[in-house]
Design a protein around this ligand. Structure first.
Ligand code: ADP
Ligand code: MG
Length: 823
């Protein structure tokens, strides 16, 4: 038995008996940290145990009783481990990694945790990696197999999502502090991050702020000068940094009363392997009860032991051709980099892996689609000629190409899986109508899923108009099913779909929720894809036998994202506007210019036009947002536009109320429509000529561009007025892009750069936001990974070759962690 351990156990027992009142030690338990650590160190107890005790007792005084109880329990369980492994700990602990390692055994034993604390469990972790290459098993071992991690620490680490050795290996630093610059004291500059190596000259503690805090003042010199170093409230340092101790200090050079100082630097005794100082130091995300120093030590021990044993998924030939680091080295360097260059190389390697996995996953998904068979739905040239002849306008070149793409897919015998992208107003509806018309002409049924009943209604009208004339489809064979459809009509529609009498149905979520069955669903069209999740798409698809799928989006998706996040889909872009479209004049105004904006709106109303006024989402709460819109609506009606009719749309209205308001606006009975952003305004009101957007700074450029696209749909000159919340120039500089360009793709690229991919991912978010290192804006990385993934799949589609075994396994892990996000 170890006397330092015994002593602490006694204190903890007493503390528990007293009900955790922090009186077992005079002045509080934290008082004993320093002295106890000193004794424990001299007895050779592992320093990870010392650090653990320190981190658990450190804030003991300020903890509520329940937390104290936890802390005491945690220390006890760590101590139990220490006393069981007491013998070896006492001897190997004092022989840190300074001398040469005689053999592998002692390398493991004295690894950077200095010693095995819990011999019983750690021996498992040490031996498992050696069992005939069963590496994945060792990686999946729980953290308690790491010396110095007891059940308490393990449960604390679980709060960071860390449960296995592998988790820890992949727990990448949030950032790095570069203390690799070693300098002598006389050459220090104020404000730089450096490491200084010297000897402690003196160290003192004195109370400050009337005894509330303790200031530890230390003087360190290196022969060229001396430096004042301070810490607060860590009195035990006095015992650890005795005069004469050689230390490395890393931190930022500060200034106090005209002299250079360092405040609360990282430090460590010089003879130890340097983890915290004199290098590029990793900074990890922490949680209560985990100190930076302790976690660094734990990670170092696991990385040192396991990084080299993680199977490298990249085939050697590819790795060396691309000049990437081996995985083990990359893992080592990403945690404890030898230099900035090595760090970047490590990050590049890990980012490549992520992107490669992503590309392989979407390509395989695409491949899977391609192996499915479905009924071909061909139409002859006469049908095409008839359809186009009946249109009230000539198709744009881009529309013609999209038409051809869709026609080709439908006839192919493989299910179409196409994403049709086109800016607001680019004319996607006619492509959807054409696709549905072809499906019907070839004997199948078609369904269109829209995100709101307002849009469903508008689609119904357009599709009926487009398909009734040239194709002779009677109105009764094209129907709409929404939540508000009367029960009797729902029944009738259900029967009609089941019998095949109804050829086309347009609807909302109700289509999925109602028990609707089709006689022969050949084509599913989804409008505004970002509003629907994977399951909803799957549910619609399940209503037919591998039906063709046409997905439409008005959000221009930057190319880099389209290649990754939507890489499993074929892509058609409508990059051309129908002729005669009004360019929308956009103006960014200051909040103080609001009355000017109102006067402008009034002048448009006077000319017989209509206006939208949009309010942003406030703090994500539909309730608050709706209230803001309600109040504003009242004010606008009473004070600003008293002689016009102002309508209101917000997310808390019933669907039939929304529909009614929208219908009134469309009929011109309302002159101004006040709306919140959650309400889909994707409707065609040719007479609306002004879009006024309040709180414009809260929206992405692409989204603002969407709003703006709601005007300028008729023959009249149209305007968009943006009013940000504040005058902040820097913040509003972003919005100026809308004044200078009407190109949705350029705006989307800017959004991606400025705001990240969140705005574009929609329901695909989860699987793609989790990337650790790869950036979805990095087009070079994406293209490199895509090329390699394409080559791999071409050479070895199922990745069954032996040199691809590790890759296949890694891909499986990657895909199962993101199950269902990619489709
Ligand atoms: P979106 O792509 O936003 O869904 P729509 O399909 O609603 O666009 O089309 C916007 C408007 O443009 C509609 O009024 C539509 O009739 C009209 N339109 C579509 N294609 C053409 C074209 N080739 N020439 C002229 N007008 C067109
Ligand atoms: Mg549309």
């Amino acid at each position: 038995m170890n006397s330092a351990v015994d002593k602490l156990v006694k204190v903890l027992n007493l503390e528990a008996d007293r009900g955790y009142d922090n009186r077992a030690v005079l002045g509080g338990l934290e008082k004993m940290i320093g002295p106890w650590q000193e004794e424990a160190r001299s007895l050779g107890l592992p320093s990870v145990l010392l650090d653990t005790v320190e981190s658990l007792l450190h804030e003991y005084a300020s903890m509520p009783p329940a937390a104290r109880k936890e802390a005491v329990r945690g220390i006890r369980s760590n101590l139990e481990g220490a006393s069981r492994g007491g013998g070896p700990a006492a001897t190997s602990g004092v022989a840190p990694a300074s001398g040469p390692e005689p053999d592998a055994e002692s390398e493991q034993a004295s690894a950077d945790l200095d010693a095995e604390v819990d011999e019983g469990s750690s021996s498992a972790a040490v031996s498992t990696p050696d069992v005939a290459g069963s590496k994945p098993q060792a990686l999946r071992a729980p953290l308690t197999t790491v010396p110095g991690i007891g059940p308490k620490s393990a449960s604390t680490l679980a709060k960071l999502g860390l449960r296995t050795l592998e988790d820890l290996l992949w727990y990448l630093p949030r950032r790095y502090d570069d203390y690799s610059q070693l300098k002598t004291i006389h050459r220090l500059w104020y404000g730089e991050d450096v490491t200084v190596i010297g000897t402690v000259e003196s160290i003192d503690v004195r109370p400050i702020r009337g005894g509330q805090m303790k200031l530890i003042e230390c003087v360190v010199s290196d022969g060229t000068g001396s430096l004042r170093v301070t810490w607060f409230n860590q009195p035990w340092l006095v015992n650890q940094l005795r005069p004469g101790t050689a230390v490395a200090l890393s931190g930022r050079v500060d200034q106090y009363l005209g002299r250079l100082t360092m405040n609360a630097p990282e430090w460590e005794p010089l003879e130890r392997q340097q983890l915290h100082t004199n290098r590029i130091v990793p900074v990890y995300g922490l949680t209560a009860g985990v100190t930076a120093r302790w976690l660094r030590r734990v990670v170092d021990s696991v990385v040192g032991r396991l990084a080299q044993r993680v199977p490298d998924p990249l085939p050697e030939a590819m790795r060396s051709e691309l000049g990437l680091l081996p995985l083990g080295e990359a893992l080592q360097q990403v945690h404890f980099p030898d230099s900035q260059d090595r760090l970047h190389a490590a990050q590049a390697r890990l980012a490549f892996d992520e992107m490669l996995m992503l590309q392989l996953a979407v390509m395989r998904q695409k491949q899977d689609w391609a192996t499915l068979a479905t009924d071909p739905l061909p139409v002859d040239d006469t049908w095409v000629a008839g359809f186009t002849a009946a249109l009230p306008y000539a198709l744009t070149e881009a529309q013609r190409q999209a038409f051809a793409d869709v026609r080709h897919d439908l006839a192919s015998g493989r299910p179409m899986n196409r994403l049709l992208q086109g800016d607001v107003g680019s004319g996607k509806t006619v492509i959807a109508a054409a696709a549905m018309g072809m499906a019907v002409a070839a004997g199948a049924q078609a369904a269109l899923l829209a995100p709101t009943s307002i849009l469903a209604d508008q689609h119904l009208a357009s599709i009926r108009a487009l398909l009734a004339q040239g194709n002779g489809l009677p109105e009764q064979s094209i129907r709409m099913l929404i939540g508000a459809t009367p029960a009797a009509e729902k029944d009738e529609i259900r029967r009609g779909l089941q019998s095949g009498e109804i050829r086309i149905v347009v609807g909302t979520h109700a289509l999925l929720e109602e028990p609707v069955a089709f006689a022969r669903l050949g084509l599913a069209v989804i409008d505004e894809q970002h509003r629907f999740g994977v399951e909803q798409r799957a549910a619609l698809r399940a209503k037919g036998a591998n039906p063709h799928l046409l997905i439409m989006t008005a959000t221009p998706i930057p190319r880099s994202l389209a290649l990754t996040v939507f890489g499993d889909l074929n892509l058609t872009v409508l990059d051309e506007m129908p002729p005669g479209r009004q360019a929308i004049e956009t103006r960014l105004l200051r909040p103080a210019e609001r009355s000017r904006a109102y006067r402008f709106v009034a002048s448009q109303l006077e000319a017989g036009h209509q206006a939208f006024i949009i309010y942003p989402l406030v703090e994500g709460s539909e309730k608050i947002e709706s209230k803001a819109a309600v109040d504003e609506h009242h004010r606008l009606q009473q004070d600003v536009f008293p002689s016009y009719r102002v309508g209101l749309l917000h997310g808390r209205l019933r669907p039939d109320e929304k529909d009614e308001t929208m219908a009134q606006f469309r009929r011109g009975e309302l002159h101004v429509l006040v709306s919140t952003s959650v309400v889909e305004v994707g409707v065609d009101i040719p007479n609306a000529t002004v879009m006024l957007i309040e709180g414009a700074n809260r929206f992405g450029l692409a989204q603002l561009h969407q709003f703006r696209g709601r005007v300028g749909r008729g023959p009249h000159a149209s305007y968009c007025l943006l009013i940000p919340d504040s005058d902040d120039e820097q913040e509003n500089a972003r919005l100026q892009a809308l004044e200078s360009t009407n190109d949705g793709f350029r705006l989307a690229e800017m959004d991606l750069e400025q705001r990240g991919p969140g705005d574009f991912l929609g329901t695909r978010q989860a699987g793609f936001a989790e990337l650790r290192l790869a950036r979805l804006t990095d087009i070079h990385l994406i293209e490199k990974a895509r090329r390699e993934a394409g080559r791999l799949i071409e050479q070895d589609p199922e990745l069954t070759r032996p040199e691809h075994a590790a890759l296949a396994r890694a891909l499986q892990d990657f895909a199962s962690a993101r199950k269902g996000e990619i489709s």
